[in-house]
Design a binder for this molecule. Structure first.
Ligand SMILES: NC(=O)c1ccc[n+]([C@@H]2O[C@H](COP(=O)([O-])OP(=O)(O)OC[C@H]3O[C@@H](n4cnc5c(N)ncnc54)[C@H](OP(=O)(O)O)[C@@H]3O)[C@@H](O)[C@H]2O)c1
Length: 279
């Protein structure tokens, strides 16, 4: 690809995950990528390790770039938008992975129309993530194809017609890894309590979670079917499931995900401070 295909603003965890996927999968040549981040050590390392260029400032980075990837934390967005307002060329595509920031906020703050908003998740860092994305009406078909290519560096990506669906994506897959990690932690801790070493308990649990997900995908069945298959009458699994149900696992998960969704909506409306825990 030719010069300055992609400008990456913010090279933290997610910015680097996307960069590394794009370079490894040869979506862009390192020579066509420019990065910008206040941490010169970080960008210097990216330059020497991957051969990308480093811009002196955010406006320098976006000047002439076909695609601009915005990967800063939400609290830095206002200052970034202040310096970038009106600086993106009208033909360029802006891709934002910033949680809870609407297309309208970006459009007003940057005076730019072709915007794609993405909700990735942390396994993206190893290419094992899943993203939900939404494209503003001004994004061309060709730009959507480019975005799909870029997002494929993070894992599969699902395009949504309604921007508001991204709040649901946040509750399901965006925050999802944290729920799974908590469940894994609880299972490992119980294994340790029963006498296994932490290393062995973790190996058993991680492979169980991985294997169950892979098996479910291959069988393409409803999860309840597979659960019933391992639940013999009067057996050990039935005993465990009784206590999970008695503890309200399903309704607790549903309530937690609704709370996540509501928080995502509130963040999108500019309520950065919580009103307090929802009961
Ligand atoms: N992590 C996730 O799983 C996840 C999932 C979904 C969405 N997201 C979204 O992805 C975005 C990035 O998250 P992250 O975890 O990668 O955060 P991060 O590691 O903190 O990375 C943000 C980077 O932006 C840099 N930065 C700060 N101000 C800047 C400026 N004015 N110009 C250019 N760069 C600037 C930061 O530099 P310093 O370190 O010097 O401050 C940092 O390197 C966030 O908006 C988050 O909501 C993350």
């Amino acid at each position: 690809m030719s010069q300055k295909e992609l400008a990456v603003i913010g090279t933290g965890m997610m910015g680097q995950a996307i960069l590394s996927g794009l370079i490894q999968k040869e979506v862009f040549s390192p020579a066509s990528i420019v990065v910008s981040d206040p941490d010169g050590q970080k960008t210097g390392r990216l330059q020497s390790d991957w051969g990308v260029s480093v811009a002196d400032s955010n406006p320098d980075a976006v000047a002439g770039a076909k695609i601009v990837l915005l990967a800063v934390k939400p609290q830095f967005l206002k200052s970034v938008m202040r310096v970038l307002k009106g600086k993106l060329s009208p033909e360029s595509l802006l891709i934002s992975i910033i949680t809870g920031v609407s297309v309208e906020t970006l459009r007003d703050g940057l005076e730019h129309d072709a915007i794609i908003r993405v909700m990735p998740n942390t396994p993206a860092q190893t290419g094992d993530g899943i993203s939900g994305w939404y494209a503003a009406a001004e994004v061309t078909i060709q730009q959507k194809e480019q975005a799909a290519k870029i997002l494929s560096a993070l894992g599969p990506a699902v395009l949504f017609e309604k921007e508001s669906d991204l709040d649901i994506v946040t509750a399901v897959s965006g925050s999802g890894p944290a729920y799974v990690f908590l469940f894994i932690e609880a299972m490992v801790d119980a294994g340790v309590q029963m006498g296994l070493s932490r290393a062995v308990a973790q190996e058993l649990v991680v492979q169980t979670v991985k294997g169950s997900a892979a098996y479910l995908e291959k069988r393409a069945a409803h999860p309840a079917v597979l659960r019933n298959e391992v639940t013999s009458p009067g057996g050990t699994t039935a005993e465990a499931l009784f206590f999970l149900e008695q503890g309200g696992l399903r309704s607790t998960v549903a309530r937690a995900m609704w709370a996540c969704y509501e928080r995502s909506v509130a963040l999108g409306e500019g309520q950065s401070h919580r009103k307090g825990p929802v009961s």
